[in-house]
Ligand binder design. Structure first.
Ligand code: GTR
Length: 330
């Protein structure tokens, strides 16, 4: 065998080895990246990543593509984070709620009523604070993830089969919260009993009465079919939690600079597209929920704000400087 040919062979088997180690399917030099989301096809976060995949395929002449695994096919967000960390999965879209236990600073965004409204949240993630937090995740040795960008997830409100307008309405009610102590304590402070539970278990827990309710944004209430078992949506507005999409550092480190730059560029586009898709989807979701007979009820937000002050005091003290900067973002 000629020397040049040998080198070529050696290089390609090396590349295949690196790819295989990082869990990337490689056929004839083509890379197929696995992406995962808990939401179904058509949901704005899923759609934005699929569009990114199409562009990636077009701009690399088919060398790189994305295979989407929607609807929790690869498990809940905790599992998705773990798979991305070991390189079994390349792109994961996850809530900052699930990232708090991985990178502590992110818990600032998981505090109740930390943002005045969604416009305030967007100002913060679009500005220097947003960039600093993304960098902190990418630079944290224990995260093993590279953050590609932010995504929107609107405002979370309580849903159950009765209205919740005051903290006293939640008395004795078991409300599912994401698995992060700050959320369970938030619900307890709001007057209910917070129950930490994986998102993948929630539908049947609502259906069988293991929990009395949950809390989420309108698109999730619709897309996860929770509205078929919880009929009243009370606008408590207690959490506005953005989401992120991340790339496995293990795979990232095997990519060429040019491929990394391309992914960065397309990620920025995906972030902008998701926001547009999100705004439209929220409007559609609210309309469909109302058409399906879901009652939207205005809650006394000031009362819930007051009730959750101990949570902000307890968790917020160590982030005091950051919280001040968030408050000062106008
Ligand atoms: C949704 C979010 C999911 C997941 C879910 C939950 O709003 O998009 O990523 O975090 O909430 O409550 O677990």
């Amino acid at each position: 065998m000629k020397r040049r040919q040998l080198i070529k062979w050696g290089a390609s088997s090396l590349a295949a080895g690196a790819g295989a180690a990082a869990g990337v399917s490689l056929a004839q030099g083509k890379m197929v990246w696995k992406a995962s989301d808990v939401h179904p096809i058509g949901y704005p976060t899923v759609e934005a990543i699929q569009r990114m995949g199409k562009k990636l395929e077009a701009q690399t002449s088919g060398r790189i593509s994305i295979q989407m695994f929607p609807s929790m096919q690869l498990g809940g967000e905790k599992e998705m984070i773990e798979q991305a960390q070991v390189g079994a999965l390349q792109i994961a879209r996850i809530s900052v709620g699930a990232m708090g236990p991985v990178v502590d600073d992110l818990n600032v965004f998981n505090l109740p009523f930390i943002f005045r409204d969604e416009a305030h949240m967007r100002k913060v993630i679009d500005g220097p604070i947003g960039q600093e937090l993304l960098d902190r995740i990418s630079n944290s040795p224990q995260s093993k993830l590279i953050v590609l960008g932010w995504m929107d997830a609107g405002t979370r409100n309580v849903y159950a089969n009765k209205p919740v307008t005051q903290p006293t309405d939640l008395k004795g009610m078991k409300i599912r919260m994401m698995g992060n102590p700050v959320f369970v304590e938030t619900m307890n402070a709001m007057g209910g009993n917070g129950v930490a539970m994986g998102f993948n278990e929630l539908y049947s827990a609502l259906q069988t009465g293991v929990v009395d309710g949950a809390e989420n944004n309108p698109p999730t209430l619709l897309a996860q079919n929770h509205y078929t078992v919880s009929k009243v949506y009370s606008l408590t507005g207690h959490l506005i939690i953005p989401e992120i999409f991340v790339f496995s550092k293990r795979t990232w480190d095997t990519l060429s600079q040019a491929d990394q730059d391309l992914v960065r560029k397309l990620s920025r586009e995906a972030q902008l597209e998701q926001r547009e898709l999100w705004d439209k989807y929220v409007g559609d979701a609210e309309m469909k929920l109302k058409e399906a007979g879901i009652k939207f009820v205005q809650a006394d937000k000031a009362a819930f704000y007051k009730a959750t002050q101990p949570v902000r005091d307890k968790y917020g003290s160590k982030y005091a400087a950051l919280i001040k900067r968030i408050e000062d973002t106008k």
